[in-house]
Design a protein around this ligand. Structure first.
Ligand code: BEZ
Length: 352
């Protein structure tokens, strides 16, 4: 694509984003005042916290309101309102209302949206260093990954966004990845050849599944349910939270709880907006995200067994698999991705 064409596409995308934003604003009627407990149930509309504040930020993400990232966003808004003595509010546009995650990134860079909780998978398509988070079996639990987000290695990955119009501020964890399947019980790579599995369209995740012998389809989250229902896919890479919040238990029978990868959302903000805040207000934003991230990881960690039971109650065969059957593919991943980028190599070396 020529520079001139790519600029026109960028303008068209920004315009579409603006129109989506306007239409979302017109449709909106969900109101959650500051100090809410985050239990908003309305789907497909925005959540507003302290909407009459002096400065109301706008945040977007891709998950339904029942998912932890939305609850973490509400928590973030509550803390912003409280710590700024009511000067800051937050409007949250969930469930991909504003388009795909690629659209959201364009809106954040253009300044029509202020914040995004964007999957590290999407970010890995922008900056390869984010692939480091997908090194298989690098962390045993999301609490370990949550500690790693405070490391220099994790910050260095966020800093790769410095040349864009966004700033990477933090990571939020809602669960680890597992393997869901319709008809074949997956107990190791031998069961995976011949299966077509949905994997988030992210190069490191696709690489891992291809090395296991599966065929992959890179399908975005909102289209996964019908792909499984109609048999376009035999299974999917997913987390526990999204399996429940998207009702995937209705269309697949087996859940291999591999916990093979962590799954961060990256908290990004328009950089001009961040730079325009006073030092004190920047710190309020940073602290509020930090607390929302801890809330997200700790809450979901505690709910893991409860979620497995819930899926069993829905009729799924839910079972644990450790990393033993996947050792050679783990080594293959480390070698291949460490050679791609020294930030990935440093990250794997620090946490393996
Ligand atoms: C997914 O694409 O699998 C996904 C995206 C956001 C949250 C959870 C899962």
């Amino acid at each position: 694509m020529t520079m001139r064409n790519s600029k026109s596409w960028y303008s068209i995308s920004c315009f579409i984003g603006f129109v989506l934003l306007l239409s979302a604003c017109n449709d909106a009627d969900t109101e959650v005042e500051g100090g809410s407990n985050g239990e908003s149930e309305t789907e497909g509309e925005e959540t507003v916290i302290a909407g009459d504040a002096e400065q109301v930020f706008r945040l977007t993400h891709t998950t339904p309101e029942s998912h932890m990232w939305h609850q973490a966003a509400v928590h973030f808004g509550d803390i912003l309102a409280e710590r700024s003595d009511g000067r800051f509010g937050l409007e949250i546009y969930p469930a991909g209302q504003l388009g795909t995650e690629a659209d959201m990134l364009q809106q954040i860079e253009s300044g029509s949206i202020d914040f995004g909780f964007i999957t590290a998978a999407e970010m890995s398509s922008r900056e390869e260093a984010f692939s480091a988070w997908f090194a298989p079996y690098l962390f045993d639990t999301i609490l370990e990954a949550n500690e790693a987000r405070e490391s220099n290695e994790a910050s260095a990955i966020l800093n790769t966004l410095d040349s864009s119009n966004m700033i990477g501020l933090d990571y939020l964890f809602a669960g680890q990845r597992m393997m869901l399947s319709r008809d074949v019980k997956i107990e190791g790579p031998d069961d995976m050849s011949g299966l077509t599995l949905r994997v988030t369209p992210s190069p490191p995740m696709l690489q891992f599944y291809n090395s296991l012998g599966a065929s992959t389809e890179g399908i975005p989250l909102p289209e996964v349910y019908s792909a499984a229902q109609t048999g376009v896919i035999d299974g999917m890479d997913m987390d526990l939270d999204a399996t429940i919040t998207n009702n995937f238990y209705e269309v697949v029978d087996y859940a291999a709880v591999t916990n093979h990868m962590v799954w961060p959302a990256v908290a990004v903000m328009n950089d001009a907006l961040f730079d325009g805040l006073s030092d004190e207000d920047q710190q309020i934003v940073i602290d509020a995200l930090d607390e929302a991230a801890d809330f997200s990881a700790e809450t979901r960690y505690e709910q893991e067994e409860e979620f497995k039971e819930q899926l069993r109650g829905e009729g799924m065969d839910v079972y644990d698999i450790d990393q033993t059957p996947f050792e050679s593919e783990i080594a293959e991943f480390d070698e291949e991705y460490s050679a791609i980028d020294s930030l990935i190599e440093d990250f794997i070396t620090a946490f393996r």
